[in-house]
Design a binder for this molecule. Structure first.
Ligand SMILES: CSC[C@H]1O[C@H](OP(=O)(O)O)[C@H](O)[C@@H]1O
Ligand SMILES: Nc1ncnc2[nH]cnc12
Length: 263
């Protein structure tokens, strides 16, 4: 099996193939936690070895609450991946965060309910820090590229992660808004914290598809899909420049996440 892939991309809603990889091949990986969402495409882009896995599967058959997040992260770790870029479609909780804009989550609020979100098991006790849950080095690369491409990006957003697959009630949405959080989605947790436990760098590139349910018209899956195609084109454009921007060696602390975390 390939062991020296550098960068992994989890395709979100609307992003089911990388479309940019040369010498691409599909590999199927089994993990101690079962199968990842689909086969993984590995290939080369601008001289760098990349893997791509759509988190909902290539045909979007896996809903957010049933994604095998542990298998997905484990499979990327097996490939030697140290850095994960995670595109995601999100709703907006603030007027000024408009559909079509990018948002860079720097914090999250976890409202998921029944997800297996840790590798701490079988006598292994791990308490990682997620005070700052994302890789700062990946985040600055993302910011740089999005700004260079003149897209609108909201930095320092808090991402509310709900269990899904249903959207929120108006009362829930009002409550989430009252926390000051900017965006809402269903997949960041536990993906992000599992990456940290696996000592991998992780950053989300979120694109806004809707105003959730607090605004005039409550969001529907149809609305999300309609806004998505433009967002997907923009995300793919960002990804193509981002790969080159990511430094080859890591100078962040993500690789040491377990240093003071294990009993
Ligand atoms: C059809 S909208 C709900 C769906 O879209 C987002 O997925 P992803 O984060 O993978 O882009 C959201 O979290 C939900 O899973
Ligand atoms: N309004 C919303 N709530 C939860 N997840 C979403 N993904 C895209 N829009 C969303």
């Amino acid at each position: 099996m390939e062991k020296d892939i550098e960068i992994g991309i989890f395709g979100g809603t609307g992003i089911y193939d990388s479309g940019i990889l040369e010498d691409a091949k599909e590999i199927s990986i089994d993990t101690p936690y079962g199968k990842p969402s689909d086969s993984i495409t590995v290939g080369i882009f601008k001289g760098r070895k990349i893997a791509f896995l759509p988190r909902h599967g290539k045909k979007h058959t896996v809903p957010p609450h049933l994604i095998n997040y542990k298998a997905n992260i484990w499979a990327f770790k097996e490939l030697g991946i140290t850095r994960i870029i995670a595109p995601s479609a999100v709703g907006s909780l603030k007027e000024e965060i408009e559909p079509g804009h990018f948002a860079l989550p720097t914090q999250f609020l976890d409202f998921t309910k029944s997800r297996d979100g840790s590798f701490s098991e079988n006598g292994r006790v791990i308490h990682i820090s997620v005070a700052d849950p994302f890789c700062p080095e990946l985040q600055s690369s993302i910011l740089k590229v999005v700004k260079e491409q003149n897209f609108h990006i909201h930095k320092d957003c808090t991402y509310v992660c709900i269990e899904g697959p249903r959207f929120s009630t108006k009362a829930e949405s009002k409550f989430y808004r009252s926390t000051g959080a900017g965006i809402i989605g269903m997949t960041l947790v536990p993906e992000c914290q599992l990456a940290r436990e696996a000592q991998m760098c992780y950053a989300s590139i979120s694109t806004v598809t809707d105003y959730d349910v607090w605004a005039e018209k409550p969001v529907t899956a149809k609305e999300v899909l309609e806004t998505l195609s433009k967002n997907v084109e923009r995300t793919k454009k960002v990804l193509t420049d981002l790969i080159n921007q990511i430094p080859k060696t890591r100078s962040c602390t993500c690789a040491n996440a377990l240093k003071e975390a294990e009993f």
